[in-house]
Design a binder for this molecule. Structure first.
Ligand code: MLT
Length: 404
């Protein structure tokens, strides 16, 4: 008889955002007249920009003509997009990254879940606590995390790096050995950022220990502070120890189109093997590449008009973040994040548990957020709101929360 992957039995409940969706759908069914404002999952609400739409139209027309029709995309992505990424996201920032180190994919979520496949199951994984659940879940599925302890709410083989109000939600270097370290800055869920000199310490630590950092830069477009790095490759030595993940979802609104990329530098070598070649091998076997029309849409993001439109989109969401921050502060909430990131992290009132606050907000205000404990034990007593709503809904949500 077939045997199942028993590591899946170790996953806790359903995926955080599916669990929230289930609760919200049940509430909506029971309260059909209530307008629900969704500031839970970090999904965008503004339409795709003019440059992106026009690139999509042209690419669709090319697909309709036998002279310009395209079949399978190249394994690692079309050269035109890898070139645009390389020039704009790296060379323009002084980072030494080359086109053959960029792997186009269908998004940062699949990349962050899949990248662990190139590492042995014995490796010890270090994560921030709280943390985007995909990093932990994908390592649990691979059998790398040990058993879940109900009392602590943690897996016994993971090294958790607490992010608390005391350390400004930026973790200290781990005391225990970690082989694979996940970092995400600007951070999901806390909205915290890391300064370049701080990030440099992580790079030096990884190089000294032979570990690999998986740096999730999905929210870099939201950085305003010039002292905050957009890429880990702004730090020296990062080519030897870091993989970086990017998304077109949060800057350009591609959550429904799907496009992202991973950077795996050729200098990243362990046991005499280049991780670049391992990831290339995996891509060739397991991806069919993002669709041509979507890659053309991604290229349009880097045109002059495209860049201006993206800046306007980001500014739009950051205006929401400012409204949430100032409204909640005025109402007496302790809030952080939201200045260089689209997430606002708030302390629940009276140390209420984060799921209780979730229920209260949904039932009494019709507002959906994300309970902090869903991101890890250190998230208990916290709550995440996203800035990805419309101006109108965001203002209404703040009004309703403040009236609680
Ligand atoms: C989040 O809400 O944390 C993210 O949007 C989820 C994702 O990007 O997969």
């Amino acid at each position: 008889m077939v045997k199942l992957n028993e590591n899946y039995q170790k996953l806790q409940g359903s995926y955080l955002f599916s669990q929230i969706a289930k609760k919200v759908n049940a509430y909506a069914a029971q309260n059909p007249d209530r307008t629900i404002i969704r500031l839970g999952i970090g999904d965008v609400t503004r339409p795709l920009t003019h440059s992106v739409i026009s690139a999509l139209h042209s690419a669709v027309d090319e697909m309709a003509d036998e002279k310009t029709f395209r079949g399978y995309a190249p394994d690692l992505g079309y050269d035109f997009l890898r070139h645009a990424v390389c020039e704009n996201d790296y060379r323009a920032r002084g980072c030494n990254i080359y086109e053959d180190e960029i792997f186009i994919s269908d998004g940062a979520k699949p990349d962050s879940g899949n990248i662990q496949e190139i590492f042995d199951d014995d490796n010890v994984v270090g994560v921030c606590d709280p943390v985007y659940p995909v990093y932990v879940d994908s390592n649990v599925m691979a059998g790398r995390c040990g058993d879940f302890d109900e009392k602590t709410g943690r897996y016994d083989r993971i090294v958790y790096m607490p992010c608390t109000a005391e350390n400004g939600f930026v973790p200290e270097l781990p005391q225990k050995r970690c082989d694979i370290i996940y970092l995400c800055f600007p951070n999901n869920p806390t909205g915290a950022v890391i300064r370049k000199e701080e990030l440099q310490k992580w790079v030096d630590h990884a190089n000294a220990n032979g570990s690999v950092i998986i740096f999730d830069a999905a929210y870099e477009a939201y950085i305003k502070d010039p002292g905050v790095p957009h890429s880990i490759y702004e730090c020296s030595g990062a080519r030897e120890c870091a993989i970086e993940l990017h998304s077109f979802s949060k800057n350009a609104g591609f959550t429904g189109l799907r496009l992202g990329y991973a950077v795996v530098p050729k200098d990243l070598v362990r046991d005499g093997v280049s991780l670049n070649s391992l990831w290339a091998r995996r891509h060739a076997t397991k991806y069919n590449g993002a669709p041509y029309i979507v890659q053309r849409a991604g290229e349009a993001v880097y045109s002059e008009a495209g860049k201006a439109e993206i800046r306007a989109l980001v500014d739009y969401y950051m205006e929401n973040a400012a409204v949430i921050l100032s409204g909640l502060k005025k109402a007496g909430y302790t809030v952080s994040g939201g200045t260089d990131s689209p997430y606002i992290w708030l302390k629940t009132p009276d140390d209420m548990s984060s799921w209780k606050f979730f229920d209260q907000l949904l039932e009494n205000a019709g507002v959906v957020g994300t309970p902090g404990v869903g991101f890890g034990a250190c998230g208990e007593g916290y709550f995440r709101l996203t800035a990805f709503g419309s101006h109108e809904n965001t203002a209404k949500a703040v009004e309703r929360i403040c009236a609680l």
